[in-house]
Design a protein around this ligand. Sequence first.
Ligand SMILES: [Zn+2]
Length: 414
Amino acid sequence: MEWGIISKENFVGKTSYDVPIKRWDPLSTVTIRTEDFGLRKERIKFYGHYAYISPIRGKRPKGFTSIEEKKQFYDCSKKISLQHKDVFTAITEGKPIYDDRGKQLGDGFTMIIAEDEKRKDNPFLEIPHRNQRISEDCKALTLINRYPSMARIVDPDIEKLITDKLPLHIKLSRGINLVTISRNFYPSLCFNLIPEDILASIFLSMKAAILYCIEEAIERDFYDIPISPFFNIGLKVGGSQPRIHSQVYIDLNMDGHGSRLEGHLEAFKEMGDNCHLCQTSHGDSDRIIIKTKFWTFFTTGSPVRNYHIRFHPNEHLRRFSQLKVNQINDLAKILKVILQGMDDISIDKNRNILFNCCPYHYDANFHLFGDIIPHEIIGGAEMVDDMRVARKLPHIAASEIRNSIEKYVNEIEW
Ligand SMILES: [Zn+2]
């Protein structure tokens, strides 16, 4: 059931629990009451805690084959070969790729949604194919995730069979999972080695692919679609492949959103025309790390981890896909500087970069914002509620990062 395809052929010998499922926790799930957030008469929607459970996720190939290789990607002072072979090389070369010992790393089968910004395969394509070698002029590719947590294509007869067998509170999980990679190999743990234009191209390809997926989804009568673009950098935060890559989760279940997003939606609703991100000085400026023409980066006053950074476009945009080229180029430039600055003061290199967006079709007020969250071990009390314990004062964290990036900022023409 790779690429989120459930067909008569691959369902043979499987049960209703061998497919990606979505389960709402009955102890934290209630129905949506606000019309702005997707309340519609024809369909009951929820917010609360839910889990995607997908057996295929466990089949993902291991990107780091040995401890030596793992170490190699942590050391960003060394020059790393752009020709380094990984599972994605088979896709960019359009043929099976083997490591030095003759073990196959990848078979080259794929579905490419966007080559840079150019639309390629339809997001609902049913058969993967081996591609032609991707031109060296291409900078980034957006693919259908081969090991998704949601089903993208489901044979109608099989869907009925599965749905009839599953209890009411468990459903077959529908959606599209995208992966965006750089055309040539750049290690994700070394942001300093990734050229700025490559990083910007990754964002542009993500944006083009999201818009293509949404258009095609609407065409198929999907609506009220939550979207989560994110980067997992490093094994400890879910980044199983060494090459720089981002992901996008597009949930097509049309059954609501999680409690965190509900909190953001309600907060922005309450703010009304007085958007906090448009008006605040982030603690009288002492938590601001950098503010450019297009973006503001600051340490949040209520961190989820030590050195938790938040950033937002200065323009009041609701979605990642509304970002314009100059905003994206500037974002790539600043992210490189910030991540290098974090490396320099030895903040854990395993980090998540997350984008919080307004779901498609929600008529909600929202200001797009991102989080950079370095990895840390999480405690028990923190699992009980939407709460975290941090030790680093946010304004001190901001000044440490500000000092650390100073030399890079001065070198750049903004
Ligand atoms: Zn705003």
